[in-house]
Design a protein around this ligand. Structure first.
Ligand SMILES: [Cu+2]
Length: 186
């Protein structure tokens, strides 16, 4: 009587070990990235470019490798830097690193997803579909809420917008100057 029971217990222990192994491996291979507060500024009717802002968080660490949207012909992760009082922006080499369990916010004056070849102006209240790809996590599709032309942050639906500040270019904080040598369009 004892032997079959012991064998059954042994088999159960093996099954449990297998289950624990599978659970332990999940965060390494499929850790989802959470995406919050996806937004863009409305654009002027003639604008050819815009910027998408959002907050990303990866529990295990990851890299935002790319983005695309049907609203523009290209979407590129950009960073900004100040050199001699001139704001420059350029593609983030190798993708945007997401440190483990640390929120990374793309916002005006900093990292942003640059949309070029905008197919239509972005109007307040609209949503823009954005497809995000990561080095490890599966791709994520999100909707960017289009805020007022001078908005400086995401406004939750139903909330009162913050006082807008006039800005000249998408992706730029008020008072920033474009580098005259910088090419904006392909
Ligand atoms: Cu840019």
């Amino acid at each position: 009587m004892l032997r079959p029971l012991a064998r059954a217990a042994g088999a159960l222990a093996l099954m449990l070990a297998g289950a624990a192994h599978a659970v332990a491996e999940t965060p390494m291979t499929m850790a989802p990235v959470t995406v919050d507060n996806v937004w863009a500024r409305a654009t002027a009717p003639s604008a050819g470019s815009a910027a998408i802002y959002l907050t990303l968080k990866s529990p295990a660490g990851d890299t935002l490798t790319g983005a695309s949207t049907p609203a523009a012909s290209s979407a590129t992760v950009h960073e900004m830097s100040m050199t001699n009082g001139i704001m420059r922006m350029r593609p983030v080499e190798g993708g945007l690193k997401l440190p483990p369990d640390q929120a990374v916010t793309l916002k005006p004056g900093g990292y942003h997803i640059m949309l070029e070849g905008l197919k239509a102006p972005l109007k307040p209240g609209e949503t823009v579909p954005v497809h995000l790809t990561f080095k490890t996590a599966p791709p994520i599709d999100v909707l960017a809420h289009v805020e007022a032309i001078g908005a400086s942050a995401y406004v939750a639906p139903g909330a009162k917008p913050a006082t807008p500040a006039a800005t000249a270019m998408p992706g730029m904080a008020p008072g920033m100057q474009m580098d005259p040598g910088m090419k904006m369009s392909p």
